[in-house]
Write a protein that binds this ligand. Structure first.
Ligand code: ADP
Ligand code: MG
Length: 238
């Protein structure tokens, strides 16, 4: 059974169709990259899965349960945005603990889970740091820990490293892949970078003008003769 099932979802903003009739099954533990140029509907699709946008048509199922009309906090999803939006008036520990406190977990459990999450993202000793004193990469690691600490079934990452320099971006994507495999967590990763998708994904979904142009594993994304035009399209993206 698929962890995530997307059935014919569309989203229009007035006359603009951001996402058009997208269907997709994602298996438990799979890492799927949503790849496409700016404006192709990647963020809108991800935001619908996370509950931040309501589809104008179609449905979204997680573990066979229809979540289409549930708000983000009622879904077993965790989202990391391109700009991390950490709280600057709280230290790292409290940024990560915030969601657990809302759930009214016992203090000792909160402490243990936050410490585990910090260790997972390589920031074991950073709990008492002020978030504005961290580097861009460290801030995105905190954002990732803040999502993971809630133990989502599906992790949603929207160009999380787009604002970082290439070296750091490559390092962080390796870390994400490592964490994703260790936890076995089903992940959707939005990127406009072909290299990033090829390096990370079990499967790549190529979006264009809101449509799924192609869905294939990285080693098959160019080889299928009928999709050769995609190579040109991807090549023009960077
Ligand atoms: P991507 O993440 O691939 O760059 P988006 O999903 O952000 O693409 O946007 C897809 C299309 O939908 C674009 O044409 C964008 O301008 C439009 N769009 C996205 N969000 C909104 C919105 N809130 N209001 C109006 N148009 C939007
Ligand atoms: Mg986007």
């Amino acid at each position: 059974m698929a962890r995530l099932t997307i059935k014919g979802i569309s989203k229009s903003f007035g006359a603009t169709y951001a996402v058009r009739d997208v269907s997709l099954d994602v298996e438990d533990g799979e890492l799927v990259c949503l790849l496409g140029p700016s404006g192709s509907g990647k963020s809108t699709l991800l935001r619908m899965i996370g509950g931040f946008e309501r589809p104008t048509a179609g449905s979204i199922l997680i573990d066979a349960k229809d979540v289409t009309s549930l708000p983000p906090e009622k879904r077993p999803t965790g989202m990391v945005f391109q700009s991390h939006a950490l709280w600057t008036h709280m230290d790292v520990f409290n940024n990560i603990a915030f969601g657990l406190k809302l759930r009214r977990l016992p203090k000792a459990e909160i402490k243990e889970r936050v410490e585990q999450a910090l260790a997972l993202v390589g920031l074991a000793d950073y709990g008492r740091r002020i978030t504005t004193q961290l580097s861009g990469g460290q801030q995105q690691r905190v954002a990732l820990a803040r999502s993971l600490v809630l133990e989502p079934k599906i992790l949603l990452l929207d160009e999380p490293f787009a604002s970082l320099d290439q070296h750091l971006r490559e390092r962080l994507r390796e870390e994400v892949r490592d964490i994703q495999q260790r936890l076995g967590i089903t992940t959707l990763f939005v990127t406009h970078g072909q290299d990033e998708a090829l390096a990370l994904a079990d499967r790549i979904v190529v979006l264009r003008d809101g449509y799924t142009e192609q869905i294939a594993p990285p080693d098959r994304i160019y080889r299928e003769p009928e999709t050769e035009f995609v190579a040109g399209f991807i090549g023009s993206m960077n």
